[in-house]
Design a protein around this ligand. Sequence first.
Ligand SMILES: NC(=O)c1ccc[n+]([C@@H]2O[C@H](COP(=O)([O-])OP(=O)(O)OC[C@H]3O[C@@H](n4cnc5c(N)ncnc54)[C@H](OP(=O)(O)O)[C@@H]3O)[C@@H](O)[C@H]2O)c1
Length: 190
Amino acid sequence: MDVLVNNAGFNVYGPFWETSAQKELQMMQVHMVTLTHLTKLFLPGMLERKFGKVLNLASTASFTPGAGDAVYCATKAYVLSFSEAIAEELKGTGVTVTALCPGPTKTEFAERAEMADTKIFQGSLSSAAEVARAGYRALMQGRTSVVVGLNNKLMIFSLRFSPRNLVTKIGKSLLSRSPSTSQTAVRPSH
Ligand SMILES: NC(=O)c1ccc[n+]([C@@H]2O[C@H](COP(=O)([O-])OP(=O)(O)OC[C@H]3O[C@@H](n4cnc5c(N)ncnc54)[C@H](OP(=O)(O)O)[C@@H]3O)[C@@H](O)[C@H]2O)c1
């Protein structure tokens, strides 16, 4: 196989002491263990053919701690770090690895995680088509990572100059429920 896309994922939203350990372990399995294992299984054939492309779904969440969504953000930090590291190892082999980092996007994701009323999902959302196009372009170009959308690019760039504790607090605020919707919000059931 020439192209592997590790896209499957979901979120377990809520304060860490309230969320389901079982669901979080499943999420860690899908985002980290399975993604790593599939990459391990497909790379030898790609290296033999001196051609192959791997696209791993990271996130803008890969760049920040996520108070209120701690395990999800940590798993996406893993995806970015792992992808960047093996992309570097594979330089000159004909095989590339690309980490795709979308911000909030209009899919089933937020509803499934019962977090559609959070501030981050009340802001401007990318379309799935926009994310898919950016991912496809970056994959074809063999780029190591791509952040989708100008606003997300600017936000990620600004993080480089921000103290980590400030970044953590901003992340917490964006991941909190929007005041205009929080009265009707359904608490996550785990
Ligand atoms: N939407 C966003 O705001 C956003 C932002 C950044 C990154 N991402 C990442 O983008 C990727 C795709 O998410 P999406 O936005 O397209 O969400 P989605 O609409 O909920 O789709 C998630 C996909 O992952 C599959 N999946 C979920 N849990 C799985 C499991 N345990 N085993 C196998 N497949 C599983 C789902 O399959 P079924 O439909 O069969 O369950 C579905 O195809 C994820 O890795 C997500 O973390 C999403």
